[in-house]
Design a protein around this ligand. Structure first.
Ligand code: 7TS
Length: 405
């Protein structure tokens, strides 16, 4: 279908809102995406007309809720090219990675093993592994990155060669640098060295095609709220045989077959990993988010966002005293920068007064900040609903902030 930005913007009611008397310019999509009306309506419909728990009632609303909830699993499986039993519903990428670190770690990580992570990981792809490593006497080792913000492939190969690596966990797209990592190549290299691979795809859902069969990853984590879905929804993909082999992450209702005080047997996949009442409305509405992405077309979304990134990068380079953090060849629509002599928080506040929402801080990537000798950066991240006018407003606000500081 042809891509009409004016029509796309109409799908997001929040864009009609004002912030400090100015129209909202939302440039924080890497933190969470805005939600289209279809997703908001699905949430509203569930609570106003269809409330029920899933997988446990034979009454009409429960059966209907279960059918809708499961149809999101079917859609998600198709979206990432997985089997339905390989799609586990979680709270988000953080929850998904914790599941892998603790369940996979419990079964497979042993004393002396190495867990490889890159310098550009989000804290949620570092800390769970550190906790597990500590418990098992394993070691977390860092894969370095280049000054442009790309994985140092030669160093990665050497680490795989030299160390007893059990699992590698690296992001597909960096939330701070925007780097799109050559994830398929990284996975192949890990497998060549008998290491497993977990992909942190938190930033990928609404920006890049994910095909888990083609990637051949062992695990992949996604956040629903960064792909137009509700907060509190996430996905863990795992290869069926691996999910079968690892122990449950949490115990409770829905994840069991039979409970006695002597012995409990666990449910089949995916329920084995879905203890308790999930975010039912959220997962039902996530189907609308997947449908929305499919209707727009991921290629159209990526092309539009790339146009915004190129334009913003060109504009920001014309301002003196600004350093872009992250200049990889292959980049998603994230623009991190540092302004000489100004703290990113002050920049963020002055932009906010003009209705421009950017993120400032370490972006939960402190090791990466250290790599670039900074403690914080300012970050504009673009979504499909942004237009060139948003970029102009951002650049004008930034020029004004520079004059004031
Ligand atoms: N991994 C990456 C690469 C991320 O960007 C994020 C969130 C996470 C993991 C955690 O995802 P969650 O859905 O469980 O929170 N990134 C950001 C960000 O850049 N600003 O706010 C959250």
């Amino acid at each position: 279908m042809s891509f009409d930005i004016t029509k796309v913007r109409e799908d997001f009611p929040i864009l009609k809102e004002q912030v400090h008397g100015n129209p909202l310019v939302y440039l924080d999509s890497a933190a969470t995406s805005l939600k289209p009306l279809s997703v908001i309506n699905a949430l509203n419909d569930h609570y106003s007309k269809e409330t029920a728990n899933v997988h446990r009632g034979i009454h009409f609303l429960s059966a209907q809720g279960t059918q809708k909830y499961e149809s999101t699993r079917t859609a998600m499986a198709k979206f990432i090219n997985a089997k339905e039993c390989e799609v586990i519903f979680t709270k988000g990428t953080t929850d998904s990675i914790n599941l892998v670190a603790f369940s996979f770690g419990e079964k497979y990580i042993q004393s002396g093993d190495v867990i490889l992570l890159s310098t550009m990981e989000h804290h949620s792809n570092i800390v769970p592994w550190q906790i597990m490593a500590e418990r098992k006497g394993a070691k977390v080792v860092e894969v370095p990155i280049t000054d442009l913000g790309e994985i140092d492939i030669e160093a990665y190969k050497k680490l795989l060669n030299d160390l007893p690596v059990k699992i590698v966990s690296i992001n597909h797209i960096s939330n701070t640098l925007g780097t799109i990592n050559p994830i398929k190549e990284l996975i192949k290299l890990a497998h060549d060295h008998d290491a497993y691979f977990c992909v942190d795809a938190a930033q990928s859902g609404s920006h890049a095609k994910i095909d888990v069969r083609d990637l051949n990853c062992d695990f992949l984590a996604l956040s629903g709220h960064k792909m137009f879905g509700p907060t509190g929804t996430g996905i863990l993909y795992g290869k069926e045989e691996l999910l079968e082999a690892i122990p449950p992450y949490q115990g409770g209702g829905a994840m069991i077959k039979e409970v006695t005080f002597e012995k409990t047997t666990f449910n089949d996949l995916p329920e084995k990993f879905e203890a308790g009442t999930p975010h039912i409305a959220g997962f039902i509405a996530l189907k609308n988010a997947i449908d929305y992405i499919s209707e727009l077309g991921l290629e159209n979304i990526a092309a539009h966002e790339d146009k915004l990134l190129q334009y913003a990068t060109q504009q920001i380079k014309e301002i003196d005293g600004i350093k872009i953090i992250g200049e990889a060849q292959n980049k998603a629509s994230v623009l991190s920068f540092h302004v000489d002599g100004a703290h990113p928080h002050d920049i963020g506040m002055i932009l906010d007064e003009q209705g421009v929402a950017i993120r400032t801080g370490h972006h939960c990537t402190q090791p990466l900040m250290k790599r670039f000798n900074i403690t914080a950066s300012a970050r504009a991240s673009f979504g499909v609903y942004n237009n060139l006018e948003d970029v102009d407003k951002f650049i004008n606000a930034l020029r004004k902030a520079k004059e004031l500081l």
